[in-house]
Design a protein around this ligand. Structure first.
Ligand SMILES: Cc1cc2nc3c(=O)[nH]c(=O)nc-3n(C[C@H](O)[C@H](O)[C@H](O)COP(=O)(O)O)c2cc1C
Length: 399
């Protein structure tokens, strides 16, 4: 063990000292936050956060694809009054950024979704998408959000009764839009999780994980002194083990389910996980209000293209029949500019906000949002765009 790690252990006497907040001052980028997050998390939780499907080819492609696009800024334009507000799925937003739904955020910080919801509120009412696999109740998250907009992400379980109940609870708690994740018909395996023996929502404690936890005392302290992570929205009938989870993702979801969901939910509906232009059109024909071009951050099917590569063809195919949102690989404000220039109305950010959560809880998520917002504003200004409408394909250099 390194001396620095021993010094960290000595702090065990004051585990409640503000969780990582001081170190935030030295985080200037999302990558800096990611490094801090990896220091604070035990290896199993870090691998759950960072991992991708099988060989992680698609996960890497998501980042590489941004590296292959060049922007051509416009000059000599007055950008002193930047406008970043937009309305998506009927929800007004101060920034074209939505915090992505993620399962089991309490693996990264003991407050989980409550910390994220408070940070979204503090950022001026950023929209937060809450997962079916949330580790806080839908109602408690709504209370923490305190009027800041929430969307509900639905996984359709084999047992549709559970989905029906969840949708009506989300509606009652004031969630404004439904995101149906279509790319998870069966549960995928991630090698890193298999190797670490990760069982969601409660990690299995064996000698190796306990020893590793000792090197991450702050996380471990909160883990031991807080109620164990669970899926409280599913607790009545919910899956808790890897095998039960497989049974719930039973592969039966089909287009017919959309009609059924439409009857349950009268608000806006988006399909998350669309990569084919024809299917985006089909979604529009089924009355869906938005498609989310996403490969789940490279966590589901491996060897599918980067979301960015298929974004333009999907935008062209659907025209103005549905809104098009984008996720997978956003780490920089310039990435948001690129996605919007290629036709996305807004982006969702998954790992970027989770790094903040893992690094320092609510202030960490706020810091992640601030970094992305500042970089977005800087990139817009440097591209000569004073509004989101100015972000169009003429900004992209044809290759
Ligand atoms: C740890 C983790 C858990 C996730 N859980 C869910 C989930 O429960 N439901 C869902 O629709 N997407 C889930 N996602 C995918 C995100 O919503 C989003 O599509 C993805 O993170 C975007 O890529 P990015 O992380 O590169 O921003 C998860 C992502 C991560 C990193």
């Amino acid at each position: 063990m390194k001396p620095k790690e021993i010094a960290e252990l000595v702090h065990l006497g004051h585990p409640d000292a503000p969780y990582g907040v001081r170190a935030l001052a030295r985080c200037y980028t999302i990558d800096d936050l990611a490094r801090l997050a990896r220091k604070r998390l035990p290896i199993g939780a870090a691998d759950y956060l960072d991992g991708g499907g099988e060989d992680e080819w698609t996960m890497r492609r998501n980042r590489e694809a941004f590296g292959e696009v060049e922007l051509l800024p416009r000059v000599m334009r007055d950008v002193s009054d930047l406008q970043t507000a937009v309305t998506v799925l009927g929800t007004p937003m101060p920034l074209p950024i939505v915090l992505s739904p993620v399962g089991a955020p309490r693996m990264f910080h003991h407050e989980g979704e409550l910390a994220v919801a408070r940070a979204a509120k503090a950022a001026g009412g950023l929209t937060y998408g809450v997962s079916t696999l949330a580790t806080q109740t839908l109602e408690a998250i709504a209370e923490a959000a305190n009027g800041s907009p929430l969307w509900f992400q639905l996984y359709l379980w084999g047992d549709r009764g559970i989905s029906r109940e969840l949708v009506s609870r989300a509606k009652a708690a004031g969630y404004r839009a439904l995101l149906l994740s279509a790319d998870t018909t069966v549960r995928s395996e991630r090698d890193r999780e298999l190797h670490r023996g990760i069982e969601l929502p409660t990690p299995q404690l064996n000698l190796r994980t306990v020893l590793n936890g000792a090197r991450h005392p702050s996380w471990s302290w909160h883990f031991i002194t807080s109620p164990p992570p669970s899926f409280p929205n599913l607790s009545m009938h919910g899956p808790t083990s890897r095998d039960q989870m497989k049974e719930m993702f039973d592969g039966t979801v089909s287009w017919r389910d959309l009609e059924w969901i439409r009857e349950l939910w009268d608000g806006p509906i988006a399909i998350k996980g669309v990569l084919r232009a024809q299917e985006a059109v089909r979604a529009a024909e089924h009355g869906v209000d938005a498609v989310i071009v996403s490969n789940h951050g490279g966590r589901q099917m491996d060897h599918v293209p980067a979301s960015l590569e298929v974004l333009p063809e999907i935008v062209d195919a659907v025209g103005d029949r549905t809104e098009v949102l984008f996720d997978s690989g956003i780490r920089r404000g310039a990435n948001i500019v690129t996605a919007l220039a290629l036709g996305a109305r807004a982006v969702l950010v998954g790992r970027a906000h989770l790094y903040g959560l893992a690094a320092a809880g609510e202030p960490g998520v706020r810091h992640a949002i601030d970094i992305l917002a500042q970089e977005l504003r800087m990139s817009m200004a440097l591209c000569g765009a004073s509004s989101l409408a100015d972000l169009d394909r003429t900004l992209i250099r044809a290759s």
